[in-house]
Design a protein around this ligand. Structure first.
Ligand code: MSP
Length: 672
């Protein structure tokens, strides 16, 4: 048994004001791969994640909903926890920044800092711009600025804050980057950080008086901690800082700190590689061993955003794969795609098409097919027992390296796509070996029995090695293959150092896997994921109905006269404008939908309308229509629909009849 070494890694603490999407899940999935890999390398792994639950945004969102912020964050953090369970994430710690242990840790850290570096924190006047309508700090400078939400001029706010003297840490930070050049990775990120610090550092405000939803400053409760001082401390509060009998740390913290790795997205590097080490230096605490900033995941080459309606969520992917294949493969499919497709550290693209193609090509046809074939042949030709190998080592002519060390260097350096490529190269080599040796042919001839034994032993042993090496990325199917290969226990507990050729014992009883990565029909799966994504983006909207006009959204039945009444304010929420159709075209494979470009005065919008059964595209150009302009965008058939055309719904079939104007009217005019 390898000696136990500890490895403490963290994801960022997720803002609890929005739902996690594929991009946010990316950090957590990557950390899960690292955690599983490190465990298989003999490390005792502590893996922390959690939710960042303070701040103005949460306060504001709760106010809008008419609930207390505590209720809101309580609700939202559950969504994160449930998602991590669905994705099979094996974190060991989950910290909420509204917990009492976290508050105690933040207060302990500031007290310790005041004791050890009294100059590091001081009180001074803060001047910034604040939007009273949106309760938002718009800028940290007194110069005039407009609110990015409502566009109104933000007010000058001037209040006393606690400041952290970041400016005093410039030299020590530069020395850190110089002496430990691997401290920030990838290397090009270190260069960005260095240039930022070399340009001179401003002190940062770490408290606010005008916010209530935060951790009170010790002995000065009018102030609450502001954003990053609070959030970053979660890496320590989550493992017991501030909870020990000596007032500072419990034994777990002493064992685990400093963290071995903070995994973060590139946009928060400054806080982790500049603020955080300075906060720790001032408190005389050890610095984390490494900060790794990964790139962003784009959706079809664009930044995911609510307003663009192009956010991809993990749940639909996992659930739709499982549903359509009847097997638990969704998790593996998503993980494989993210790890294989994105060169870790750089930005990557998320595309459903590529996700499904990779699944069918690499998982179903690749690993799944190899496992099924090899095990089925052993079942048929050797009555389900691993054959005794001969001294012939023909497989070595096909594989390029000592099998068991394949991928490991890449995993160690967080080059996941290269690690996966290595493993898949090996799968291809074993496939080529089988094609060359043709065990299904030689099986008929008893004279070839020794060769058959050798070939199937070698293929099964290579499969065992492939399975173990792929486990951190593909935890579900590899466990099944492992069991089918007659290997005892959980593959997660297997130690990669003991993975050597010959480990598969002749005579071991094997089983045929039930279904490793069944193939999936791309179009069906794509449609199902899209429908489930739309349901999350637009809860309550009918799923799978070609929406886009009033008529398609409702049935053809006459409107109920006695329907529930709404107030004029309710009605005013719907923004209606006159639009003029600029162009219209059919959408391939969609019988009811037309893609319509409509001029609404200050912009031309793309709307997908379910009117193709009533209107020919060419008849629509120049027509005046009524457009709902403030409807959340949604995607259909891979295209974005940004609004809705109003139409009556005629007859029993609900034939759409567009609302239009008899008089001249300019596009963009309000309809009310
Ligand atoms: N609350 C802060 C972190 C405090 S850590 C002390 C925060 N939260 S976040 O919810 O906005 O982001 C959490 C993680 O998700 C970050 O690592 C961020 O980079 C990652 N991602 C969010 N969207 C992303 C993509 N589209 N692509 C990849 N990762 C991105 O920042």
């Amino acid at each position: 048994m390898a000696q136990t070494k500890k490895f403490y890694l963290t994801t960022p603490i997720y803002y609890a004001n929005s739902r996690p999407h594929v991009g946010s899940a990316y950090t957590t999935i990557v950390c899960d791969v690292i955690a599983r890999y490190k465990r298989m390398c003999g490390y005792e792994v502590a893996y922390l994640t959690g939710t960042d639950e303070h701040g103005v945004n949460i306060e504001r969102a709760a106010e809008k909903l008419g609930i207390h912020p505590a209720e809101l964050v309580d609700r939202n953090q559950k969504v994160f926890r449930e998602l991590w369970t669905l994705l099979g994430i094996q974190h060991t710690h989950f910290i909420r920044t509204t917990s009492t242990e976290h508050a105690r840790a933040v207060q302990t850290l500031v007290r310790r800092t005041l004791k050890r570096s009294p100059q590091a924190i001081y009180k001074a006047k803060y001047e910034g711009r604040y939007c009273i309508h949106d309760n938002l700090y718009v800028s940290d400078s007194p110069e005039s600025a407009d609110c990015q939400i409502c566009g109104r001029p933000a007010e000058l706010i001037s209040e006393e804050n606690y400041f952290f003297r970041l400016s005093a840490f410039q030299d020590r930070l530069l020395a850190l980057y110089r002496d430990r050049p691997e401290w920030v990775q990838p290397e090009f990120r270190l260069n960005e950080v260095k240039s930022f610090v070399e340009a001179g550092l401003k002190d940062v405000s770490i408290s606010r008086k005008s916010i209530k939803w935060g951790i009170p400053w010790p002995d000065d409760p009018q102030h609450v901690f502001y954003v990053w001082y609070d959030a970053l401390t979660s890496y320590m509060s989550g493992i017991g800082f501030g909870a020990g009998t000596d007032g500072e740390a419990n034994p777990e913290f002493k064992l685990l700190w400093p963290a071995d790795l903070h995994m973060i997205g590139k946009e928060i590097i400054r806080f982790h590689a500049v603020y955080w080490p300075a906060f720790l230096m001032a408190a005389e605490l050890p610095l984390p061993e490494k900060i790794f900033a990964h790139g962003w995941l784009l959706f079809e080459q664009e930044k995911m955003s609510k307003s663009k309606g192009n956010i991809a969520y993990p749940e639909p992917i996992v659930k739709a794969f499982d549903e359509l294949t009847g097997a638990s493969v969704g998790n593996d499919a998503l993980r494989y795609y993210l790890l294989r497709e994105v060169v870790f550290g750089q930005d990557g693209n998320f595309s459903r098409d590529a996700l499904i193609t990779r699944y069918n090509a690499d998982l179903a046809n690749g690993l799944g097919n190899l496992a099924s074939r090899v095990l089925a042949m052993i079942e048929s030709y050797f009555e389900s027992h691993v054959p005794e190998p001969t001294s012939d080592t023909s497989i070595t002519k096909f594989v390029s390296a000592p099998l068991e060390s394949i991928a490991r260097e890449h995993y160690d350096a967080y080059r996941f796509s290269s690690a996966v490529q290595d493993i898949w190269r090996l799968i291809a080599q074993v496939d080529a070996y089988l094609v060359q040796e043709q065990p299904w042919k030689i099986a008929a001839d008893p004279a070839h029995r020794p060769r058959l034994r050798e070939v199937l032993y070698s293929a099964a042993e290579a499969l065992r090695i492939i399975t173990a090496l792929a486990h951190p990325v593909l935890p579900d199917a590899t466990q099944q293959i492992w069991r089918c290969l007659g290997q005892p226990g959980k593959l997660a507990d297997f130690q990669l150092d003991s993975l050597v050729w010959g480990g598969l014992k002749a005579g071991t009883r094997i089983a045929k896997p039930e279904s490793v990565y069944p193939r999936v029909e791309s179009a069906k799966l794509d449609e199902r994921i899209e429908a489930m994504d739309n349901e999350i983006r637009n809860p309550g909207a009918p799923v799978g109905v070609p929406a886009g006009t009033g008529s398609a959204e409702t049935s053809g039945a006459p409107a109920a006269a006695g329907a529930e009444k709404i107030t004029i304010d309710d009605f005013a929420k719907v923004e209606l404008r006159v639009g003029v159709v600029k162009s219209a075209e059919r959408i391939p494979k969609a019988d009811k939908l037309l893609k319509v470009l409509v001029d609404i005065g200050d912009e031309v919008r793309q709307v997908l309308a379910g009117i193709a059964t009533s209107y020919a595209p060419e008849d629509l150009v120049g027509r005046k229509v009524v457009v709902v302009t403030n409807l959340a965008p949604r995607k259909m058939r891979g295209l974005e629909s940004n609004g809705m055309l109003l139409a009556a719904s005629a007859g029993a079939e609900g034939k759409p009849v567009l609302c239009t104007f008899a008089e001249e009217i300019a596009p963009g005019s309000k309809v009310k």
